[in-house]
Design a protein around this ligand. Structure first.
Ligand code: 3PG
Ligand code: MG
Length: 399
């Protein structure tokens, strides 16, 4: 099955044609000021949008932001994103006050060749995320009416069976954008025959979120390094007490089985930074992983663990990293994530950072993005890809 991509569309000629682009402009906003705190996802879609602008298309961009409940909700408006997108493109972005209503239709109708419009949040409409095929279909009909062809560049949303991702491409000639193409190329290198040693670093808070990907990766990887909140359930499975650390009791047995199934492959912290409370200024010490005091909770991996992980990473030829090693948003608990991230950049390996929090951590810690092989814009999407699941957004482009 071949997926047609943006170059195929450009070869057909798009001047004066309306191109509906599904982007993932779901960027983090500051809770107080509403300002965009990380515009990585906006920048990631610029190559596709610029190419369409240069080719004289009327570019109609749509996206979700956050998880509004199927009705307009001002805190999830895409308006600030339109402003930032315009700055980055160097041309105004015409913002529609709704997604498929009067404002959207008139905004799109008024576009000149090479101009860009952004529609209001897709998830202000119940049809976008509906489980009911007909309800999604009705919304997809309305969206599809705003374009002559469709480009999916929303890699972060390809794992969602949503109208704009799954149903619109059934209604319009459809193409993968530059970002989606690159993401799939990179991730397929990991699922194909990665150069070895292939080392995966997983963090984040919950084992249950990562279980499917651990199951899928365990037979393929050479080493699996585990940090973040989820490491405490593994430490518990090893027989250690974890104080008041994050613990998924019902996953302990599962973790034990995983470790038994692949002896020596899973590497856990040997020391952790344990604190009195979940707070930036909480009293804290580095303690051995088997000596976490009963009243304390682990908020980061310790320096000995970082050194051990770094030694393994320095030998790797392929690395995939998803999930922070600790509460990197608090300076006292950021060293684990920083240390592991730096070890990844130093390794002579093809490295992929898997979206979401880890990508944000790379930028928040001021690390050089270009020293990683690839930083994915999809957290959930890249994990589901590695799990080998069929992604509704990719499948829709194949048909
Ligand atoms: C993400 O941030 O993970 C993507 O934009 C998808 O958003 P969702 O998890 O709310 O579907
Ligand atoms: Mg998500």
């Amino acid at each position: 099955m071949t997926i047609r991509n943006l170059d195929d569309l450009l070869a057909e000629g798009v001047s004066g044609r309306r191109v509906l682009v599904r982007a993932d402009l779901n960027v983090p906003l500051d809770k107080q000021t509403g300002e965009i705190t990380d515009d990585g996802r906006i920048r990631a879609v610029l190559p596709t949008l610029s190419a369409l602008v240069q080719a004289g298309a009327k570019v109609v961009v749509c996206s979700h932001l956050g998880r509004p409940k199927g009705a307009p909700d001002p805190q999830f408006s895409l308006r600030p994103v339109a402003g930032r997108l315009g700055e980055l493109l160097g041309a105004p972005v015409h913002f529609a006050e709704d997604t498929v209503g009067d404002s959207a239709r008139s905004t799109v109708a008024a576009l000149a060749d090479g101009q860009v419009a952004l529609l209001e949040n897709l998830r202000f409409n119940k049809g976008e995320t509906s489980k009911d095929d007909a309800e999604r279909g009705t919304f997809a009909d309305q969206l599809a009416a705003l374009g002559d062809s469709y480009v999916d560049d929303a890699f972060g949303a390809v794992h969602r069976k949503h109208a704009s991702v799954h149903d619109v491409p059934a209604r319009l000639p459809h193409f993968a954008g530059r970002l989606v193409l690159r993401e799939v190329e990179v991730l397929s290198r990991l699922t194909g025959e990665p150069e070895r040693p292939y080392v995966v670093v997983l963090g984040g808070s919950k084992v249950s979120d990562k279980l499917a990907v651990i199951e899928a990766l365990l037979p393929t990887v050479d080493r699996l390094l585990i940090g973040g909140g989820m490491c405490f359930t593994f430490l518990k499975a090893q027989g250690h007490e974890v104080g008041t650390s994050l613990l998924e009791k019902d996953m302990v047995e599962t973790c034990r089985n995983l470790m038994e199934r692949a002896p020596g492959k899973i590497m856990l912290p040997v020391d952790v930074v344990a604190a009195d409370a979940f707070a930036p200024d909480a009293a804290h010490d580095t303690v051995p992983a088997d000596g976490i005091p009963s009243h304390r909770l682990g908020l980061d991996i310790g320096p000995e663990t970082v050194a051990g992980f770094a030694a393994v990473l320095s030998q790797a030829k392929t690395i995939f990293w998803n999930g922070p090693m600790g509460v990197f948003e608090m300076a006292a608990f950021a060293n684990g994530t920083r240390g592991v991230a730096e070890a990844i950049t130093k390794a002579d390996a093809f490295s992929v950072v898997g979206g979401g929090d880890s990508a944000a951590a790379v930028r928040a810690l001021g690390l050089d993005e270009s020293s990683f092989g690839h930083i994915s814009t999809g957290g959930g999407a890249s994990l589901e890809y590695l799990e080998g699941k069929t992604l509704p957004g990719i499948a829709a482009l194949e048909n």
